[in-house]
Design a protein. Structure first.
Length: 307
């Protein structure tokens, strides 16, 4: 279990704002942090990593306290009458066993791919970890090359492998695929899912891409106004009604047109263009660019705009 109970006052272009995060997240799952720009997603990751200190609260990962302090700590001391002074906890980033993949890969440009990976090894850690990750991320042909000779997707694969070298309890991913084209994003999602299947760690992914979120996430935390608006399974979070069907998939409406008494929506699902016949009621909420899910029940598909 990942227990996060934090508050932090942040400076933004619009003035000071308060980040108040209170949630208990299931360990071992791929969890996406979703919300508008500036809501505090990256600040949350930085507080989990130990790069930013909260004003107060606590972080507990798999039963171990990573941070405890601030006003919450003072309240505990006051409640105890000062008889048991609790000095709090604030583990260093190195002691928190995290892996962090940024939007920018932050690879050492003067080192080869293999040297970048070896550099991340801890003292006494088994060297065959590098070979294991090289195979998983399909980096065999890149090991002797320097980052400047790699494409954006190749660099992110190296960055992901490097973040996994220390065998972290928590892997933090801050919109790592935002600069990649659609096809490369899908490929990188496959690598993330491979990591999720291979290792017993918790992944926290910051993303704005609804199709990406629904495809890879086990659990979603939706932030709004510095607080948790919703959390849960993807379809429960992004839909205002519960449905079940033989299959469900998400996509983006490219065009919408009326043909006789029905409407036809052209929906991009992954790399495929699918035509969906929909009713006037379903079409009323759709526009080109709308993120939607398509659900089939008894071979009768219907289309629904996602929130």
């Amino acid at each position: 279990m990942i227990r996060i109970h934090l508050h932090k006052s942040l400076q933004s272009p619009g003035g000071r704002k308060s980040l108040e995060i209170d949630c208990d997240l299931p360990a071992g799952q791929l969890i996406t942090i979703y919300g508008s720009s500036g809501v505090g997603k990256t600040s949350l990751l930085n507080m989990l990593a130990g790069f930013m200190k909260p004003d107060g609260g606590s972080i507990e990962v798999n039963g171990k306290v990573w941070f405890r302090g601030g006003s919450e700590q003072a309240a505990k001391e006051e409640e105890r009458g000062g008889k048991e002074k609790d000095v709090g906890v604030d583990l260093s980033p190195q002691a928190r066993r995290i892996g962090y993949v940024f939007q920018e890969q932050a690879l050492f440009p003067n080192m080869t791919v293999k040297e970048n990976l070896v550099y991340a090894l801890e003292k006494g850690q088994r060297a065959d970890r590098i070979g294991e990750l090289t195979e998983l991320m399909e980096l065999q042909s890149f090991l002797s090359r320097r980052p400047g000779t790699l494409s954006g997707g190749e660099k992110q694969r190296v960055a992901l492998a490097r973040a996994l070298v220390r065998d972290p309890d928590l892997l933090l991913l801050d919109e790592p695929f935002s600069a990649l084209d659609h096809d490369m994003r899908v490929r990188m999602q496959d690598y993330i899912l491979s990591v999720h299947r291979r290792y017993p760690l918790t992944l926290l992914l910051v993303s704005h891409d609804l199709s990406e979120i629904v495809r890879v996430s086990d659990h979603i935390v939706w932030l709004e106004d510095g607080r948790v608006k919703k959390e849960g399974k993807p379809f429960a979070v992004f839909s205002d009604r519960r449905v079940s069907g033989h299959f469900q998939f998400t996509g983006e409406v490219l065009s919408l047109r009326r043909e006789d008494v029905v409407y036809v929506a052209d929906v991009l699902i992954g790399r495929d263009l699918v035509k969906i016949v929909c009713t006037a009621e379903e079409a009323a909420s759709l526009r080109p660019g709308s993120r939607v899910r398509v659900v089939s029940k008894a071979f009768n598909p219907f289309i629904e705009k996602m929130l």
